[in-house]
Ligand binder design. Structure first.
Ligand code: CMC
Length: 441
């Protein structure tokens, strides 16, 4: 049942006629102009590149207030969740709408263990990629390949949802760790039933036959917190892709695989890799934080300060606040006097006090400090966006399920304003050009 209220009408006067459109209001007072009858009644479409002004669904999963810097999953504040919950509890919350009881948590945890192995044939896929293969490419391919090994979901997407969620969450973690081992050329490490979600991941990443790795509780907690920060962010680019693919009734695996590709882009989740590469490059070549800021302001230069700016947040990203704290605690714990952190903080201070950044409301986003933490944990740079994908997975699943059950949703099929040539014929074109088409030779 829809919780959106119609509160008044707005009037459009166009071509001598008046048209009325409802104004809708969500549970947090967010208002929207309902233009569902626009094209049918007026012949007009809306023009909104990047969907900057377009609401595409009702959702009860995540609330963002970009002006106040608020982010809540199912009503819980992000800092509250990061402080008091594990990633698995938050994953459960996103998918089910409520935090698990201890019994529910244990049952979910058990399912995670049961489904953590990869089919051995899938393990062989890793051998066929070139050594330099980016883990995001492997991740996307592996996720869609899961549909060939575990097709149950395609038959009934709702029946086995807990199993599917556990399978995806658990196997994504295994795939990610295997792709790291492939990159290192080391033997893979299988998941263990006695370890919890994040410990298991760290063990699969860092245990080797010559290094008896024991997961560090401080690092495990930090990883849980970082994954919670990534877990959902309403209608962002990759989630929109997941929903878009799902709108054609493609299965969950296919939709998530597409979401992984969207996340890879440097303007989205790929920014965490870009941030650290940008800082490394600057420090290597002796560029100061101020020079980086000046470069980002130069209108004749495409360079952007990665980890800064956001479509929705016009104030400090609440995830970046928590990420900065996590970063400091990880570095402190590891006794890591990282010149990177100092450089990053100086960059942040200069940007925050610069009128270019102030006028455009550009603040550090979630990717600014998360990469520094991953780096300190020993995770290689090209795995950073994979970490983001592991975190974002429960959000993608929850959004896909919500759309699946939403009877108001239709196949995503936007319109355009055509600006190409008018009707012409091949014969006329051939007659007016000296070029001879191969088919007429
Ligand atoms: N550095 C320098 N200038 C910037 C930046 C930046 N990072 N971000 C935006 N601007 C400027 C931009 O040039 C434009 O200036 P002007 O008005 O003079 O043309 C203005 O700010 C508005 O930018 P926009 O590109 O229209 O904003 P958008 O909402 O379309 O893009 C963004 C949002 C996140 C893609 C953009 O801020 C950006 O490219 N940031 C760097 C990449 C990044 O850190 N991405 C991670 C986003 S948060 C995590 C996630 O979504 O996955």
């Amino acid at each position: 049942m829809s919780l959106v209220k119609k509160i008044m009408n707005a009037r459009l006067n166009y071509d001598g006629h008046d048209y009325e459109f409802p104004i809708l209001e969500g549970t947090q007072g967010e208002r929207a102009l309902d233009i569902r009858t626009l094209r049918k009644n007026t012949g007009l479409v809306t023009f909104d590149p990047g969907m900057v002004n377009s609401g595409v669904c009702e959702s009860n999963i995540t609330f963002v207030d970009g002006d106040k810097g608020i982010l809540r999953y199912r009503g819980y504040d992000i800092a509250d969740l990061a402080e008091h919950c594990s990633f698995l509890e938050v994953a459960y919350l996103l998918v089910h709408g409520f935090l698990p009881t201890p019994a529910e948590y244990n049952a979910f945890s058990k399912l995670m263990n049961l489904h953590s192995l990869l089919h051995e044939n899938m393990r062989n896929f890793f051998n066929l990629y070139p050594d330099h293969a980016h883990p995001m490419a492997m991740l996307s391919a592996m996720v869609v390949s899961l549909s060939t090994f575990y097709p149950e979901l395609e038959l009934d997407p709702t029946e086995a949802i807990d199993i599917t969620v556990a399978r995806l969450l658990s196997k994504l973690r295994t795939i990610a760790a295997f792709s790291y081992k492939k990159y290192m050329g080391h033997p893979i490490v299988y998941p263990r039933a006695d370890l919890r979600y994040c410990e298991n991941f760290l063990n699969m990443m860092f245990y080797t036959p010559v290094n008896d790795y024991a997961p560090d509780p401080v690092i495990t907690r930090a990883l849980n917190q970082l994954l919670i920060l990534h877990a959902d962010h309403e209608q962002n680019c990759s989630t929109t892709v997941v929903r878009g693919v799902g709108s054609s009734r493609a299965n969950l695996y296919a939709s998530i695989s597409a979401g992984v590709c969207a996340l890879w882009g440097p303007l989205h989740g790929g920014a965490n890799q870009q941030v650290v590469e940008m800082l490394e490059e600057a420090m290597k070549s002796g560029l100061s934080p101020r020079t980086l800021v000046e470069k980002a302001k130069d209108r004749n230069n495409n360079f952007r300060l990665y980890g800064f700016g956001h479509r929705v947040y016009k104030t400090y990203d609440p995830r970046a606040k928590v990420a900065k704290k996590i970063c400091k605690s990880v570095l402190n714990h590891l006794n890591h006097n990282d010149p990177f952190l100092e450089f990053a903080q100086e960059l942040e201070d200069i940007a925050l006090n610069d009128s270019f950044f102030q006028e455009r409301h550009l603040y550090p986003n979630v990717d600014f400090y998360t990469g520094l933490s991953y780096r300190a944990m020993g995770i290689p740079i090209n795995m950073f966006t994979v970490m983001f994908a592991i975190g974002r997975l429960p959000g993608w699943i929850a959004q896909w399920l919500e759309q699946h059950d939403d009877t108001a949703q239709r196949i995503v099929r936007p319109r355009q304003i055509y600006v190409g040539p008018e009707l012409r014929t091949v014969a006329d074109s051939l007659a007016s050009t000296p070029y001879t088409h191969p088919a007429t030779k």
